[in-house]
Structure formats: C-alpha cells, structure tokens
Write a protein of this length. Structure first.
Ligand code: SAM
Length: 306
C-alpha cells in the first residue's frame, strides 16, 4: 500500500471506535447483513474518499451503495451533481429525506448490477464526464468492478472501498499480479490509497478494508484491439486457471497444446516457461498473445487477431 504521512505502512491511525453519528442513532433500522450494510462512521475516511474522487473538470459523481448517506453527504459538498444508487428502498428514502432538497442530489433505489451507468445518469438528467465513488457491498465487489470497467461511458476515475485482501489483488504489482489486477490494468491505472480498520464501520465487519482508485486510460496500454479483447481475456483466464502452477504446466491442458508446443511458444515470446501467471505483466501477456496466435492460429477459440 502507498505510504501516507504520519501513518505506519499505509494504515489509518486508529483512534478507537468512532462514536455513532446522531443520524445513524436516529435511524431505527437494523443494518441488513445480507446486503453488506456496514456503514462507514469514520469522518476522516469519508472525507478522504470524497476528496480522492475529485478530478479537475468533472462535476458529476455516481455513488454506489449510498446506504444512509454518510459518503453521499461528503460528495454533495464537492460535486454539482450526485447520483446515488441504493438497493434498499428504506435507506434510499432516508438519504433522500436527510440530504435532499438542495443541490443536485438524485437518490435512485435500484440494484447497480441491473442498470448501466448511462441509464442511471440519464435518469438523473446527468451525463459524462463522471466519476464513481462507493463503499462497496463486499458480497458483490467483483461484479461491480467488472461492470464499471466495461461501462460505456466509462468513469474518469473510480474510488472504492473494498476488503483489504481484494484491494491488494486489484492493485497487484511486480510478481504479485492477479487476474483481477490484469483486467483492471487493461482499462486503467489502479492505486492503493489507504487502509481502513474494521472499527471505522458500524456494525463492524469481520475484515479490514482499503480504498483503491482507478484512473481510466483513454486506450488499453497494450496493442490489443477491441476485436481481440475477448480472446486476450481468454488467454489471461487460461494462464490463471491454476495460479500456483508454472506456465509450461498450466497452459498445455487449458489450451489443448502439447508441452513442447507451449514451451517453444513461451520461449519465442521471451518468457521463462517456469514463470507463474503472477509474474507476467500486461505487456508480457500481449506478447504471448501475439506469439500464440502466430504459431497456433485458432487455439484461442473466440476471435483471430485482425
Ligand atoms: N455508503 C454507505 C457508507 O459508506 O456508510 C453504505 C455502504 S454499505 C458498505 C453498502 C451499501 O450498498 C448498503 O447500503 C447496501 O444496502 C447497498 N447495496 C447492496 N447491494 C447493492 C446493489 N446490488 N445495488 C446497490 N446498492 C447495494
């Protein structure tokens, strides 16, 4: 994790459990565990997430999982238009009543996975450019991240709170890449911002959390066309099919090639056959993709490179 001033190894200083804010005391509803309802009550963390979301020239933010509106309130003070999505109608109504009235806040009671960004922005009378913020419901972190990466129009920046372990996988790094970090790096640049202890939430989750920002790239950083994208991801999934195995052991089975053919392809791509998927960066995968298609056209079943 990126180091922060006056903190140890990027962790937020823990000042014990923050007091429950009065608006949550008055809520009178039981947080629903099944919907991942752990509300962030640490004011500094709320402020820092909202600040990190700001991008010059962008005044619209889409918030995912607004809950009772702790983060929403911070966003309303910083953006002209806030489109807050919350699946729980009761909480959506609470946030509407508590924060509605002034400014450009629209709270939509909806399942984020059932709608795309364009529909949600349009419903609020907004459009691109926009950014995304969210203290995500952890039970569906990955489908939400995937949806955001593939969304059109894409957010200029996404700042999300996720489980700490997932944050590490999202950011990856030298020798620690994951299928998730590779997928994210195809579309953007992930950065670990800061860690947040379980005590910053009410009720406290069983895991610690961390905040990650993803800045969108205009184009993928590797020469893979949009027609080739699905095949490229097919290769990534093949490589990560058994992440603990060396590539020369995992690829023959998943690609239906002989050990010798895979070994020669890896060598032709300039890759040591004993490497594991986690050691390859996105450019390594792109070179392997091109080499594989040259030497074994059709082995990736989806599409041929043009
Ligand atoms: N933003 C608030 C905060 O920071 O305290 C609440 C965050 S809480 C971790 C996640 C919120 O996402 C919950 O309020 C939950 O009801 C909502 N949620 C869960 N599944 C959702 C979905 N599919 N679509 C939209 N919101 C969802």
């Amino acid at each position: 994790m990126m180091a922060r001033r006056n903190t140890k190894r990027g962790a937020r200083p823990s000042a014990g459990t923050p007091a429950l804010p009065p608006y949550l005391e008055r809520l009178g509803v039981q947080p629903r565990k099944a919907l991942g309802q752990n509300f962030l009550i640490d004011e500094l963390a709320l402020t820092e997430i909202a600040e990190a979301t700001r991008v010059p020239g962008v005044d619209t933010v889409l918030e995912i999982g607004a809950g009772p509106g702790g983060l929403t309130e911070e966003l309303v003070g910083r953006f002209k238009t806030v489109v807050a999505i919350e699946i729980d109608e009761e909480l959506a109504e609470i946030t509407r009543r508590r924060l509605g009235g002034g400014g450009g806040l629209t709270v939509i009671a909806a399942d984020i996975l059932q709608f795309d960004a364009r529909e949600l922005l349009t419903e609020a009378g907004a459009g691109p450019p926009y950014v995304v913020a969210g203290n995500l419901p952890y039970y569906i972190t990955q489908p939400i991240v995937r949806k955001l990466l593939e969304s059109d129009p894409a957010p200029a920046r996404t700042v999300v709170m996720v489980q700490r372990q997932v944050a590490r996988r999202m950011v990856g790094g030298d020798g620690r890449e994951s299928l998730l970090s590779m997928s994210i790096k195809f579309y953007g640049t992930p950065r670990a911002l800061f860690d947040v202890p379980a005590s910053a939430f009410w009720p406290q989750p069983k895991v610690d959390s961390a905040v990650v920002a993803i800045d969108r790239l205009e184009e993928p950083p590797v020469p893979i066309s949009s027609e080739q994208r699905d095949s490229f991801f097919e290769l990534l999934r093949a490589g990560y099919a058994s992440p603990r195995k060396q590539l020369h052991n995992v690829l023959p089975g998943v690609l239906g090639l002989s050990n010798a053919a895979v070994g020669k392809t890896l060598e032709a791509a300039g890759l040591d056959p004993a490497l594991r998927a986690q050691h390859l960066d996105l450019s390594d995968w792109a070179v392997l993709f091109t080499t594989l298609n040259e030497r074994h056209p059709g082995v990736l079943t989806l599409r041929e490179p043009s």
